[in-house]
Design a protein around this ligand. Structure first.
Ligand SMILES: Cc1ncc(COP(=O)(O)O)c(C=O)c1O
Length: 483
């Protein structure tokens, strides 16, 4: 390459240069449309790493050559989330309008830390947060911030709760008398991690048991009573809706009433399930949000946005303002007009992408109702899988799905003990995923490994659900025959 690097960069601003990448994206969408080809790679991490075991490139290559390499070396063995047989983790095949918008977000590179760095995106984020708080049923005093996901949202909510219950914690630390936090046994690890990060210690977490995979509210009442009797303040209760393992919704209404009666901060981890608020028929799962002081909601899960798009909503925005307290005269100017729009004062990150634009574009393109219908489609397909499992003689359902997550197990030959059935299910998941026919996950429920699917793909239809069970049955038969 003889051109000076500055000319190269300039030539890359052309539509032709970008078209190399755009072509790959549409090629990917098309190649996964008919459900042909593998969902995941058959290679190991070591085999893939050999492909990239090369010296630092000192010079550059053409965009065309890079596109060729992306196709052959990267896309070839990437997980194909757009494949209708992808039913693995809670990561979406993202809505295409948002995918295309992602490069515009990068191109404009507006940091939403302060209004002066992102005159339009900052304002749009305020607008989108307002739409979301309205969906939560909250009033004009509510607010929030977009986050990198549910982990950051729950951390920030608990930071705000900590600063409320220990008002000088930001300056002087948490001191000797630590409050406790109570959550259900199926809460995401984001909760215990936050306690470690906040200096409260993971030992401050009280975990209550569940009934049918939802927090047992009698056990919660007992946990609150036990803490209060010992003179230990309860900093927050976390309701999980829906839970990572089974997509079950905690009873926010009962939990919230209890928190209200005891003056306890209720945080709802709706990272996975709050998108139900867009559904005409499933929003009831989130009933009781009027009791919550904070809500985590990940559009990059149930709204099918590309990572990263999470949100933390606060019923009273002043709670969020209490979470962080920084002085930075080089960034946060005491200009009262602009200051009202600055988002960095209320957010964990300083530089922050204008991810809100892909959310705003998705809402403009598909509408909140359209996205709600996609969420319903995912839940309907998950229920179709449950229906198929309940009439099958080979599988058993662990629960009736409340959203788009479902756990089940292969029953084995009928002559196998529980430990052998457990091993079969573990091996089955590995073998099935390796076959490339589909992709599912595994979790542990009641101490036993179970197969788990999360239906995130608008392309997944009933025939794919049946194909999954047929494929699993075939692989299980092969495993049992080889034993
Ligand atoms: C209930 C729940 N909370 C929090 C998270 C963490 O979200 P993120 O990965 O976006 O940080 C998850 C992700 O699986 C989740 O299911």
């Amino acid at each position: 390459m003889n051109d000076s690097i500055l000319d190269v960069i300039e030539s890359d601003t052309s539509a032709e240069a970008g078209a190399e990448i755009v072509a790959l994206v549409s090629e990917y969408f098309a190649a996964t449309r008919d459900g042909k080809g593998r969902v995941t790679t058959a290679l190991t991490a070591e085999q893939i790493s050999q492909r990239f075991d090369e010296p630092l490139p000192r010079g550059g290559m053409s965009m065309a050559a890079i596109a060729t390499r992306l196709r052959s070396d990267v896309m070839s063995d990437a997980n194909r989330l757009y494949h209708p047989m992808y039913m693995g983790h809670q990561v979406a095949p993202p809505l295409p309008a948002s995918v295309w918008t992602d490069s515009l977000i990068s191109a404009m590179n507006q940091s939403v830390a302060v209004w002066e760095m992102s005159p339009t995106a900052t304002v749009i984020e305020h607008r989108v947060i307002r739409w979301m708080t309205e969906l939560a049923g909250w009033g004009a005093e509510s607010g929030g911030t977009l986050t990198s996901g549910g982990t950051e949202a729950t951390f920030t909510a608990l930071l705000a709760a900590r600063n409320t219950i220990i008002p000088d914690a930001w300056t002087n630390g948490v001191g000797e008398k630590r409050p406790v936090v109570i959550c259900g046994e199926h809460a995401h690890y984001a909760v215990s991690r936050a306690l470690g990060q906040l200096g409260l210690g993971t030992a401050s977490l009280r975990t209550v048991s569940s009934r049918a995979y939802r927090m047992d509210t009698d056990a919660l009442a007992l946990a609150i009573e036990t803490a209060e009797r010992s003179g230990t303040p309860v900093m927050a209760v976390i309701a999980t809706s829906g839970s990572t393992a089974t997509g079950s919704f905690d009873d926010i209404q009962t939990i919230g009433a209890m928190c209200g009666a005891h003056g306890i901060w209720l945080h709802v981890d709706g990272a996975h399930g709050a998108s139900a608020l867009l559904s005409e028929t499933r929003a009831a799962g989130m009933r009781g949000l009027e009791y919550a002081r904070s809500l985590a909601w990940d559009p990059h899960k149930g709204m099918l946005l590309p990572i990263a798009a999470g949100a933390l909503l606060m019923r009273d925005e002043r709670d969020l303002q209490r979470a962080f307290a920084q002085r930075a005269p080089y960034l946060f100017h005491e200009n009262p007009g602009a200051r009202a729009w600055d988002l960095g004062v209320e957010s964990f990150q300083c530089s922050r992408r204008a991810d809100v634009l892909k959310l705003w574009v998705a809402l403009q393109r598909y509408g909140a109702d359209g996205i709600g219908k996609v969420y319903d489609h995912l839940c309907d397909m998950t229920h179709a899988m449950y229906d198929a499992v309940t009439v099958s003689t080979q599988f058993e359902a662990l629960h009736e799905p409340e959203s788009n997550i479902f756990c089940f197990r292969h029953l084995g030959s009928g002559r196998m003990d529980a430990a052998s059935v457990d091993r079969l299910n573990q091996d089955l998941r590995i073998r099935y995923n390796k076959s490339g026919k589909g992709w599912i996950t595994l979790t542990v429920l009641d101490g036993r490994p179970v197969l788990r699917v999360t239906l995130m793909n608008h392309r997944t239809r009933v025939q794919h659900v049946h194909a999954l069970l047929a494929g699993l049955a075939d692989e299980a038969a092969a495993l049992m025959a080889s034993d």
